[in-house]
Design a protein around this ligand. Sequence first.
Ligand SMILES: NC(=O)c1ccc[n+]([C@@H]2O[C@H](COP(=O)([O-])OP(=O)(O)OC[C@H]3O[C@@H](n4cnc5c(N)ncnc54)[C@H](OP(=O)(O)O)[C@@H]3O)[C@@H](O)[C@H]2O)c1
Length: 251
Amino acid sequence: MVDTEFRGRVALVTGGSRGIGRAICERLATGGARVSINYQQAEDAARATLETVNSFGTDGILAQANVAEPKEVSEMVKKTEQELGPIDLLVTNAGIAKVEPPDQLDYDSFKQMMSVNVDGTYLPLVSVTKGMRARGFGRIVCIASIAALRPRPAQAAYSASKAAVIAFARSLSEDLAPAVRINSIAPGLIETDMIQVMTPSQRDAIAEATPMKRLGRAEEIAELAAFLLSERSSYTTGQCYIASGGRVTLP
Ligand SMILES: NC(=O)c1ccc[n+]([C@@H]2O[C@H](COP(=O)([O-])OP(=O)(O)OC[C@H]3O[C@@H](n4cnc5c(N)ncnc54)[C@H](OP(=O)(O)O)[C@@H]3O)[C@@H](O)[C@H]2O)c1
């Protein structure tokens, strides 16, 4: 379904080549946004996202960059603004996850996870928020995880990195208001490439432990992101929205 909710808006989505990021790019395009699709390595997949974005009758570009590298992030933002216009909507979604049993914790791996998940959130945020404030408009969604909110076996570093993402969104919300709204989303287990490291029986066990009795779909996270980027959530900032089929609930 194509609507006009984001018509005239420019969106930058990190990690838009696959999974949740791709679904968000496509959902924003159905609302008429022009979409800058960031990826790091999977150019063919990013190109497939772009084709779908274009099929909704809107413009898009590919913006290759490692979100953990300051120079590459500023080039990505510059390219987006030169080719599509000032960025109105930012989704920091690119991320990596590693399973690390407690006796296999590794400092290099910890630094890599922090670098992609935390620096990779911070760098796009600082690159776009100055312009958003100057123009008096910006909407931001940061993709975190329920791993930040509950114990998760063998994922201490990942969990810590996602807790930092939630804290960024929460803390920045006061500085950026009222012109810019920023919220985070904490998904539960979502069917994407990222969870293919788990065995089918591990995934089935989590589905069974989930009140909704299934894993989530990338499109379901994209719909929530679209809501938080839209004026349908006009009085909401600094919040973390959990989409986990009921696995994690707040008091
Ligand atoms: N799937 C889940 O169950 C789940 C649950 C909670 C939270 N999340 C979070 O949701 C986000 C998306 O996850 P997903 O499941 O969609 O993962 P995915 O299918 O593995 O896709 C990851 C995306 O991130 C990009 N990426 C990774 N490292 C990057 C870097 N250094 N620079 C730029 N792009 C980079 C990838 O680009 P390339 O294609 O170029 O490699 C790809 O587009 C992540 O932040 C993840 O932690 C996922």
